[in-house]
Design a protein around this ligand. Structure first.
Ligand code: UN1
Length: 502
């Protein structure tokens, strides 16, 4: 157990600098006030963007492997502070400590990835159709990157963006969720410390913008920020996307999910059930990759539902509670709004459900402003309209199907397209699923959540289309330049065989 104030003071010794009366930061654990902050004014946001442009102009000229060295040192700093930062993550967003540690590990992993990447920002050479010409592709730094992060992964998703953006030669502006600004200030302090002893790092290479919708919106509308990478709801993306497009900026959108797992007749249930549990109730259902729907072959429908019910009952007995306690599996919801949204959705589906298990607030009093719930399972006769909206809470629908073709129809019949999974021991079913799942992530015998950083992360449709983290996601943070060079002595030929003799 920690004294909450101590980890805040330890990681943000300069907290007084940010103190004010604009924003009360509370812990979802017990509603305790962690800090009261002052938000950036419009003039301050403007100045930070201007400073980010200046920082970019210096940073882009530092060799990429040196930029990678900065990220290597950030990774070391994170290693040294892993436990403290994990506790702060838990305190501020309510995820259990084990998952807080996982979140910091994810930051360390992407730092390692980015260090290697800093020597691998490869472009192509292309065969020219003309004699004595060479063509090549250059990848060049883009500019200040505006990062809008969500409360549920308050620091890992920032690191996916910033570790790559920084090795790519960009500067960063970070508008964290107003629900989790302290973890952002803590991480910013770590990066500042690394930069302090790194002569090539310009001032203001990475800055935090403290704010709500307003400050985020200012960054979104500012043409000096060529890329906005935003994580949050599809509703938010629907506002951000067109605004950035209107000024011909780029977006990298990581929005809502409605992730399903398909249980085929050949599924190994000893593998499937734990995967459903981690995906559905892990992080109290507050991951964009959380399992929202379990599509079960009719031959297993009742059996899977009953097995899940038993597991949920066990969780309900002793595993819901203080996220800092080692025996807890399900911590609190982020706030009352999340609790109300879950209750509203349960009320909406109840009439159509065959059975509803769980969903009620945990009675034991942990404070009026802490919202702990029993994860909910909803058994449906078929997929209903209410399911198509993402509810950011531990609320999972169990739905039957008869053929795999039908399962994929049901699977794809939602507006979102982030993550998906199939449980099967039949290779034909696995390949059919991968071919026809319309999601950015399609797993086999693995749950929908908990992706590694090495792959590109993101999804289709209302999930926004962006790809972050591994694979070649780095390209989003650079601009591509095609360059043709003529090295002959004669008058050069024109492409497409055109003659133009004067
Ligand atoms: C998110 O919920 O926004 O795949 C990100 C996962 C994590 C990242 C989730 N690695 O569940």
């Amino acid at each position: 157990m920690i004294a909450s104030a101590s980890v805040v003071e330890k990681l943000i010794p300069n907290l007084a600098q940010f103190a004010g009366n604009d924003l009360v930061v509370t812990s979802p654990r017990d509603g305790a006030v962690l800090a009261t902050l002052r938000l950036d004014t419009a003039a301050e946001v403007d100045a930070k963007i201007a400073a980010s442009v200046v920082a970019f102009r210096a940073w882009r000229d530092i060799p990429a492997p040196r930029r990678g060295e900065l990220i290597r040192q950030l990774g070391d700093k994170l290693r040294a502070h892993k436990e403290d930062l994990a506790q702060l993550v838990t305190l501020e967003c309510g995820k259990i400590l084990e998952e807080g540690r996982g979140e910091v590990q994810e930051m360390i992993d992407i730092c390692d990835f980015a260090v290697g990447l800093s020597r691998q920002l490869y472009g192509l050479t292309i065969q020219s159709e003309r004699p004595n010409h060479v063509m090549q592709e250059n990848w060049l730094p883009l500019g200040p990157v505006g990062i809008i992060s969500a409360f549920n992964f308050p620091v890992a998703v920032w690191s996916w963006n910033s570790a790559l953006a920084l090795v790519c030669g960009d500067s960063c502006l970070w508008k964290p969720s107003e629900k989790t600004p302290l973890t952002a200030l803590a991480v910013q302090n770590m990066l500042d410390e690394v930069c302090k002893d790194f002569p090539e790092a310009p001032a203001n290479l990475s800055q935090v913008i403290l704010g709500t919708y307003e400050q985020g919106n200012q960054m979104v509308e500012d043409a000096r920020v060529p890329l906005i990478s935003a994580t949050g709801s599809s509703r938010m993306g629907r506002i951000v996307g067109p605004k950035v497009a209107a000024r011909f900026g780029r977006t990298l959108l990581e929005l809502g999910g409605n992730n399903a797992m398909i249980i085929t007749p050949s599924a190994d249930l000893a593998i499937a059930i734990p995967s459903i549990l981690f995906g559905s109730v892990g992080t109290a259902g507050q991951r964009c990759t959380s399992t929202r729907r379990v599509l079960v072959h009719r031959s297993l429908f009742d059996q899977v539902f009953e097995t899940l019910k038993k597991a949920y009952a066990q969780i309900g007995e002793s595993k819901i509670g203080d996220p800092l306690s080692a025996s807890t599996l399900v911590g609190p919801l982020i706030d009352k709004l999340a609790f109300d949204a879950m209750q509203a959705k349960l009320a909406e589906v109840r009439g159509e459900a065959l059975e509803v298990f769980g969903g009620q607030r945990v009675q034991e009093d942990r404070g009026a402003d802490a919202y702990y719930v029993h994860p909910a399972l909803v058994k449906l006769p078929h997929q209903v309209e209410a399911v198509k909206e993402e509810t950011f809470a531990p609320l999972t629908y169990v739905i039957p199907y008869d053929s795999l073709e039908e399962a994929l129809e049901i699977h794809n019949d939602v507006p979102q397209g982030l993550s998906s999974a199939v449980m099967t021991t039949d290779v034909r079913d696995a390949e059919f699923f991968k071919r026809y799942s319309d999601c950015g992530i399609a797993n086999v015998n693995i749950g929908t959540s908990g992706a590694e950083i090495g792959g590109a992360f993101g999804g289709e449709k209302e999930t926004g289309g962006g790809r972050e983290s591994g694979s070649d996601s780095w390209r989003a943070y650079m601009r591509r330049q095609t360059s043709t060079t003529y090295f002959g002595h004669e008058r050069p030929a024109l492409a497409q065989g055109i003659t133009f003799d004067v």
